[in-house]
Design a protein around this ligand. Structure first.
Ligand SMILES: [Zn+2]
Length: 112
């Protein structure tokens, strides 16, 4: 889970994948609650969630699109398909399930 303001990420909160799977992921609701509480004390908003795709491209899978529940949230996906060159992309997923890609800047540098 990623905290920050508007579209600027400043804090990363690691969570466990309660699915213990390489294909799907789920965050335990109590862990989500704890992170939200920590974000509040850090004075940041919950602006994005992130997960990795160990073997596929950094693009929302059909499951990611189906389960995207928050229209305001940014979904960050890191592809590790090429382990030497991790690829990070970010998306918003509309109620119509259309996927909009956002530009990602890391430390002011555009990610490719
Ligand atoms: Zn995914």
């Amino acid at each position: 889970m990623i905290g920050g303001h508007k579209q600027t990420a400043t804090h990363i909160y690691q969570t466990e994948n309660s699915d213990t799977s390489e294909i799907t992921y789920k965050i335990d609701p109590s862990e989500t609650f704890n992170v939200i509480r920590k974000m509040r004390s850090d004075q940041v908003d919950f602006i994005a969630s992130y997960h990795s795709h160990p073997a596929t491209e950094a693009y929302p899978s059909p499951t990611d699109i189906r389960e995207a529940g928050d229209l305001e949230l940014i979904y960050v996906i890191c592809s590790l398909r090429d382990k030497n060159v991790p690829r990070i992309r970010a998306f918003k997923i509309a109620e119509s399930r259309s996927v909009q890609e956002l530009q990602v800047e890391i430390g002011g540098v555009l990610s490719r």
